[in-house]
Design a protein around this ligand. Structure first.
Ligand SMILES: Cc1cc2nc3c(=O)[nH]c(=O)nc-3n(C[C@H](O)[C@H](O)[C@H](O)COP(=O)(O)OP(=O)(O)OC[C@H]3O[C@@H](n4cnc5c(N)ncnc54)[C@H](O)[C@@H]3O)c2cc1C
Length: 434
C-alpha cells in the first residue's frame, strides 16, 4: 500500500487526499490550523474559502467553466461539495462558504484511509512515506517557506505576484498600433506598440491617478519591489515618471513616419499563444471596472477584451518552469510533488484541480505506470503546461484562461471555435474516466 504525506489541508491538499484515499492509498494529511493560523484564514475547517465565495463562471465555454466540468467528470471532491453548497448567483458558481468547507471537512473525516494531523510541518523530510505532497498555499508558514526555498535554491520561490492585464488579440484596433521591438532588437513581431500624443498621455496619467485601487490586506502592506511597482504607483511619482519607465518612447519611433511618439504602451505576446497580449509593466492594483475604463483609453485598446485582469498580492509560489514537471513533481526529486496555488496557478478552482491531478499521477506511479500529463488542450492539462512550460524568466501565477489551453482547432469563428475546443477537451477527459 502506498503511503503519502500531504502538507496543507486547504483546497488542493483536501482534494488530493480524497483522490488518493478513494484509490486505496494511505494518507497522512497535515494541517497547522487551528494551532497556528494564516493571516487570511478564520476557521479550523478544511478547504476554507478565504475571500470570495465564488468558483467563477459556470459557462462551459469559459475556461474556468470547462475546468469545473472536467473536474466533475473525474469525481472532484471540491466540485461535489461545491454543488451541495451552491447558492443562486446567475452565471457564477457561488457557494455557501460554511456549508462548503464543512462538507469537505466531513468527507475527509469519513475516509478511513486518511488520518488528519493538526500540526505544522517545517521541513520537506519525506521520512518513510512513499510520496510527499506540499499543498500549503499562498500563505505557507515561514519555517516551511524557508525549507522549500533551501530545497529549490536561489530564484526558486517567490512571495509576491504582480500581474499585468492580458488582452485578446482580436479585440485590438490594429490600425492604431504598430509592430516594433525597442531599437529593432529581437523579432519584429514580438511587441505591438500603442503610441500616445502628449494630450492623450496627460489624460491617461490623470485617469490612472484618480482610479480606485484595492486596499491591501494588513499582511500585504510590505513595500513593493522597486522593479515591480504598480503602474498607478509609478504615475504618482510625477507626470514624467511613466515616460521614463514602462511608457518610454525611445527606440520605438514609428516604422513608417519615423516620428517618435510622446509615450508608448507596449504589448507583448503571451508565452503560450499568439492570440493574447499582456501590457508590459502594467501590473496594477486598480479595481476591475477601473482597469477597464483606464486601459481602454489607450489608443487601439478602446474595445479591448480582457482575458485576465491585472493584480498584485501576497502569494507564495514556485518558479514552476524552472523547478517542476508538467506532473507537478520536483525536477530534482520525483517523489516530491507540489499542489495548489504554490505551483503558480491562481484561484480556488485551479488550486483544487492541481490537487486532483497530483492524486492521479501518484496513483499511476504507485502502480508502476508512467505519470502522463493530461493533454494540453484540456483545461486540466493546460495547468500543467502553464506550470512547466511558461517562460521561467517571466513566470507569474495565472488563472486558467483560453490563452493557456492548447489550440487544436486553428482559425475559425470564435464562437464555433470555443464549442469545438470544449467538445475536444471533454472527449479527451472522457477517455480518462475509466
Ligand atoms: C487574501 C487572499 C484572498 C484570496 N481571494 C481569493 C478569491 O476571492 N478567489 C479565489 O479563487 N482565490 C482567492 N485567493 C487565492 C486562494 O487562496 C487560493 O486560490 C486557494 O485557497 C489556494 O488553495 P491551496 O490549497 O493551494 O491553499 P490554501 O487553501 O491556502 O491551503 C493551504 C493550507 O495549508 C496550511 N498550511 C500552511 N503552511 C503549513 C505548514 N507549514 N504546515 C501545515 N499546514 C500548513 C494552511 O493553513 C492552509 O489550510 C486568495 C488568497 C489570499 C491570500
Amino acid at each position: 500500500m502506498t503511503r503519502v504525506k500531504i502538507i496543507g489541508a486547504g483546497l488542493a491538499g483536501s482534494e488530493c487526499a480524497f483522490g488518493l484515499a478513494r484509490r486505496g492509498h494511505q494518507v497522512d494529511l497535515f494541517e497547522m490550523r487551528p494551532l497556528k493560523s494564516t493571516a487570511a484564514h478564520q476557521t479550523s475547517n478544511l478547504a476554507e474559502l478565504v475571500c470570495s465565495n465564488s468558483f467563477r463562471s459556470s459557462n462551459i465555454t469559459n475556461a474556468v467553466g470547462l475546468l469545473k466540468a472536467e473536474m466533475a467528470m473525474l469525481d472532484s471532491l471540491v466540485i461535489r461539495c461545491g454543488t451541495e453548497a451552491r447558492v443562486p448567483a446567475g452565471d457564477a458558481f457561488a457557494v455557501d462558504r460554511e456549508r462548503f468547507s464543512a462538507a469537505v471537512t466531513s468527507a475527509i473525516a469519513a475516509e478511513p484511509n486518511i488520518t488528519l494531523r493538526r500540526d505544522e510541518v517545517t521541513s520537506l523530510d519525506r521520512g518513510d512515506y512513499d510520496f510527499l505532497v506540499v499543498a500549503t498555499g499562498p500563505l505557507t508558514s515561514q519555517p516551511l517557506f524557508d525549507a522549500i526555498s533551501e530545497f529549490l535554491g536561489r530564484d526558486g520561490l517567490y512571495f509576491y505576484d504582480a500581474i499585468a492585464p492580458i488582452l485578446a488579440a482580436d479585440s485590438l484596433d490594429m490600425s492604431k498600433l504598430y509592430w516594433k521591438s525597442r531599437y529593432g532588437k529581437g523579432s519584429s513581431t514580438d511587441y505591438l506598440n500603442a503610441p500616445m500624443t502628449q494630450v492623450q498621455y496627460e489624460a491617461f496619467v490623470a485617469a490612472l491617478l484618480s482610479a480606485e485601487v484595492f486596499a491591501p490586506h494588513d499582511f500585504e502592506k510590505a513595500a513593493h519591489f522597486e522593479g515591480c511597482l504598480p503602474v498607478e504607483e509609478i504615475a504618482s511619482r510625477g507626470i514624467e515618471t511613466l515616460r521614463f519607465g514602462p511608457m518610454k518612447p525611445v527606440g520605438l519611433e514609428h516604422p513608417v513616419t519615423g516620428e517618435r511618439p510622446h509615450a508608448v504602451v507596449q504589448l507583448r505576446k503571451e508565452d503560450l499563444s499568439d492570440d493574447y497580449f499582456n501590457i508590459v509593466g502594467f501590473q496594477t492594483k486598480m479595481r476591475v471596472p477601473e482597469q477597464k475604463r483606464v486601459i481602454q483609453m489607450i489608443p487601439g485598446l478602446e474595445n479591448a477584451v480582457f482575458a485576465r485582469f491585472g493584480s498584485m498580492h501576497r502569494n507564495t509560489f514556485i518558479n514552476g518552469p524552472r523547478h517542476l514537471r508538467p506532473t507537478f513533481q520536483a525536477k530534482t526529486d520525483d517523489r516530491i510533488f507540489f499542489a495548489g496555488q504554490i505551483t503558480g496557478v491562481e484561484g480556488y478552482v485551479e488550486s483544487s484541480a492541481v490537487g486532483l491531478l497530483v492524486a492521479r499521477y501518484i496513483d499511476a506511479l504507485s502502480r508502476n505506470a508512467p505519470a502522463t500529463p493530461l493533454p494540453y488542450h484540456t483545461a486540466l492539462g493546460a495547468l500543467g503546461r502553464h506550470v512547466a512550460e511558461s517562460n521561467p524568466d517571466r513566470y507569474q501565477p495565472s488563472n486558467v484562461t483560453w490563452a493557456l489551453i492548447e489550440d487544436v482547432i486553428g482559425r475559425c469563428r470564435k464562437i464555433e471555435k470555443r464549442d469545438k475546443q470544449v467538445a475536444k477537451a471533454l472527449a479527451a477527459i472522457e477517455q480518462k474516466t475509466s
